[in-house]
Design a protein around this ligand. Structure first.
Ligand code: CA
Length: 371
């Protein structure tokens, strides 16, 4: 769908929501407290997702969210989760929830980059912050990141909620050695989004391959390399059987933040306690997802190493070139969209401050204490 059409449809949605919100506001002026007035109302919601149904961690976390919200609300808010393609194609999650066909959606903000250019900052930008730093930007201090995220989604009648973080991902699977920056030239790599643009600027080709076809394409040499997630998901996809080298670090996804999105009209129709339950359950998901990724990745890394995979580090020279190209890609992005510029400025300013602190603590821990 064209952006213009989407905005037009979204604008209609906003008008509708505004009218409804006003009506509710009048009703709420009655003497009965909001929570009591609605205490017996049962809400049955639907959540559409970009993930396959029950997909490890990503899909599972949506099921857990629904379960926790159901329990916390004593059955007053029931959320039925749909995998990609069940109600709508995965990549229509944003639109479907924006127009209110579903009350909720789940995915990652960078999927909506074509609609909202600032969106990638709420999932992952190459050479960005890590999970801990992103969380601090989002909900620590003045909640600067989260407030901006809400601002970016407001025109689409959506409210974002946190839904976990993958932690630093792996750099990917390669059948070509990357020893110097020129080795990136002609490299055919499956790597989406902004990172794909970075690879192209470095002389490679970013190839789009659906998840289900990555293994075959890599094994047959249609692509030389692919990124995916980390040991847990990569092992399940069999990537250790299709490529020789497992490169680190994941410069392109240094801590990918996941999201739930809530249709604003649906959100506004809830009593205040259920709104709090949504937010609280989302924070529980935030904690669980990162913990699950770390626990499973640790276990599956052993399996991958046992299978004979060679782990390699990207040479500094290669990372320096990728960082330089990233700066160019981000400059182009932020010059073309004022909102992206505003978010980027906040993200960068926060990163500069927190980097000094991380340097003295987290980095010192990894360098000097961890054995
Ligand atoms: Ca990835």
């Amino acid at each position: 769908m064209k952006r213009k059409d989407f905005l037009k449809k979204s604008a209609l949605g906003i008008t509708g929501a505004a009218l409804l919100a006003n009506t509710s506001a009048c009703k709420n002026e009655a003497a009965v407290p909001l929570v009591n007035m609605h205490s017996n109302t049962v809400f049955n919601w639907r959540m559409t997702t970009v993930w396959g149904k029950n997909f490890p961690v990503f899909g599972e976390s949506c099921n857990l969210f629904a379960e926790w919200v159901g329990k916390m609300s004593g059955g007053r808010l029931n959320i039925k989760v749909f995998g990609a393609g069940e109600l709508a194609p995965g990549l229509q999650t944003f639109y479907t929830t924006s127009v209110g066909t579903t009350e909720m959606g789940a995915g990652g903000a960078y999927y909506w980059q074509g609609i909202a250019p600032a969106a990638p900052f709420f999932t992952a930008v190459p050479f960005g912050m890590n999970a801990q730093q992103i969380l601090a930007w989002l909900i620590g201090g003045d909640r600067e990141g989260y407030e901006l995220w809400k601002e970016v989604y407001a025109p689409f009648d959506l409210i974002p909620l946190l839904a976990g973080n993958t932690g630093v991902q792996m750099g990917g699977w390669f059948n070509k050695e990357i020893n110097k920056a020129t080795d990136l030239q002609g490299l055919k790599m499956r790597i989406p989004g902004l990172a794909g643009k970075v690879i192209e600027k470095a002389g490679g080709a970013a190839i789009t391959v659906p998840g289900g076809e990555i293994y075959t394409n890599l094994e047959r040499g249609v692509i030389d390399a692919t990124e995916w997630v980390g040991p847990y998901h990569d092992y399940k996809l069999g990537l250790n059987k299709a490529a020789k080298y497992y490169y680190t670090p994941g410069w392109h996804e240094t801590g990918s933040q996941l999201e739930f999105i809530v249709n604003k009209k649906a959100h506004d129709s809830l009593p205040a306690d259920l709104q709090e339950i949504l937010f609280t359950a989302s924070l529980r998901v935030q904690a669980w997802v990162l913990a699950e990724f770390d626990a499973q990745n640790g276990a599956y890394l052993e399996k991958i190493l046992d299978s004979g995979t060679e782990v390699r580090r990207f040479p500094k020279e290669v990372l320096d070139v990728l960082r330089e190209k990233t700066d160019e890609v981000l400059a182009e992005l932020t010059e073309s969209d004022p909102m992206a510029k505003k978010v980027y400025n906040s993200y960068n300013a926060f990163r500069k401050k927190i980097n000094k602190w991380s340097e003295l603590t987290e980095k010192a821990f990894y360098n000097d204490i961890q054995k």
